[in-house]
Design a protein around this ligand. Structure first.
Ligand SMILES: Cc1ncc(COP(=O)(O)O)c(C=O)c1O
Length: 428
């Protein structure tokens, strides 16, 4: 047998053929290494992900599923997809898994179209209270095809009153009850949602995209353990894998979900992504990943405490997971957009964020969202959170003071230099 391998000179080849792209790649590597990603949906992937994403699996068409493909040459792709599905089932304690969704939006569309009929009613969290666009926001196609009824969190506590959710369920008789969020800093009572769904005969669907890694690592509750029918997660957030999505479910929904992903919604799966997902799922089942998942939450709680002690106004007053939503308009007199730009100046990347019932529009909302999955992947601990929290507070209090911002930027760089990005080496 020959031992063919990808040329190790691949990046030299890129440098020669497309210097502009090579320069942009280098610049992004530097940006990620010298600054810190605190957008809660972002992370630094496991280093093992890069060689698989940049591998010859990219070259292969694999429409269908293992053992039932529409193209030849599938002995290796069948192997990796079977491994990925088995690992997803084991990690999330589910009977069925599909690892082909190209991303989180595709994965959720596949669930809706696989298990519902157009026009069916879904009960889901309101966008400004933490829900995601794919949970029926009117601007998403899903909001046009299905009828979404929205439950909200209580203002100002931010907690969800399950009696109000139940009242909505009894009134609207949804076919599906959806638990999931992209900007909600608290645990959800999955058993409580399941009881409500059972009472009205609805399916239970959890979109745990943000917290998939924290569930995999045993640091947060797994909705499948209380009998949810289906659960989706992106693979690139707290799970630290390639960009993509996966669905797990009870076996009885498997055939409908498989058909919905392919051929319903997608064509050829991205097998380089499936390969990287398979490895991610192995790494996420390790003891060290459990420690990582716990530390993500410890770090988030410490950062939240530092921000609150410094006068910041946190939606719900703190966090149970990896993220916090900070109302910036009152305390700092800055919109979320202004806060995001100010923190960019000091090398801390966050995102502007709607707060519950925000009076301002999405591009100029009243807050920001911060999270700790990426910082924790660099090995940062509570002491680093204290440093970062201090930088955030001082920057937001002095957005026009260039000298202060420059000094704070130097502090961020010094901290980041102590905690390298996994998989990036300084070859200067
Ligand atoms: C809860 C939730 N679901 C779905 C998605 C969509 O994922 P993608 O951006 O990969 O389409 C996101 C992305 O932020 C999310 O937070």
């Amino acid at each position: 047998m020959h031992n063919f391998a990808r040329s190790t000179a691949a990046s030299d080849c890129l440098r020669a053929s497309d210097p502009d792209l090579f320069a942009a790649l280098r610049a992004e590597e530097n940006r990620q290494a010298e600054g810190i990603e605190m957008i809660p949906s972002e992370n630094y992937c496991f280093p093992e992900v890069y060689p698989l994403l940049g591998s010859v699996f990219n070259n292969k068409y694999s429409e269908g599923y293992p053992g039932r493909r529409y193209y030849g040459g599938q002995e290796n792709t069948d192997r990796i997809e079977t491994i990925a599905r088995d690992r997803a089932k084991a990690l999330f304690r589910a009977e069925y898994a599909n690892v082909q969704p190209l991303g989180g939006s595709a994965m959720n569309q596949a669930v809706y179209f696989g298990l519902l009929q157009p026009g069916d009613t879904v009960l889901a969290m309101d966008l400004s209270h933490g829900g995601h666009l794919t949970h029926g926001a009117p601007v998403s196609h899903m909001g046009k095809v299905f009828r979404f009824i929205r439950y909200k969190s209580e203002v100002p506590s931010g907690r969800i009153d399950l009696e109000k959710v139940r009242a909505l369920a009894l009134e609207h008789k949804p076919k599906m009850v959806l638990c999931g969020f992209s900007s909600y800093p608290r645990e959800l009572d999955y058993a409580g949602f399941k009881r409500i769904a059972d009472e009205v005969g609805a399916l239970t669907f959890a979109d745990v995209s943000h917290i998939g890694g924290l569930i995999a690592g045993g640091a947060l509750a797994n909705p499948m353990d209380v009998g949810f029918d289906v659960m989706s997660t992106t693979t690139h957030k707290s799970l630290r894998g390639p960009r993509g999505g996966l669905i797990v479910a009870k076996q009885k929904f498997g055939a409908a979900l498989d058909k919905s992903v392919f051929p319903g919604l997608q064509g050829g799966p991205h097998m380089h992504q499936v390969a990287a997902t398979a490895t991610t799922l192995l790494l996420a089942s390790s003891e060290s990943f459990k420690a990582y998942a716990r530390q993500v939450i410890v770090n988030a709680k410490r950062l939240a405490e530092v921000l609150v002690a410094g006068g910041a106004d946190l939606v719900t007053g703190g966090t149970d997971n990896h993220m916090m939503v900070v109302t910036t308009t009152q305390t700092f007199g800055l919109t979320g957009a202004e806060s995001e730009t100010t923190l960019d100046e000091v090398g801390i990347t966050v995102n502007k964020q709607l707060i519950p019932d925000d009076p301002n529009p999405p591009l100029r909302p009243s807050g920001i969202r911060l999270g700790t999955p990426a910082a924790t992947a660099r090995g940062m601990d509570e002491a680093a959170m204290e440093t970062l929290g201090g930088i955030v507070l001082r920057a937001l209090r002095a957005p026009k003071d260039l000298a202060t911002l420059q000094a704070l930027h130097a502090e961020t760089k010094a901290l980041c230099a102590k905690f390298p990005v996994p998989g990036l080496v300084d070859d200067a």
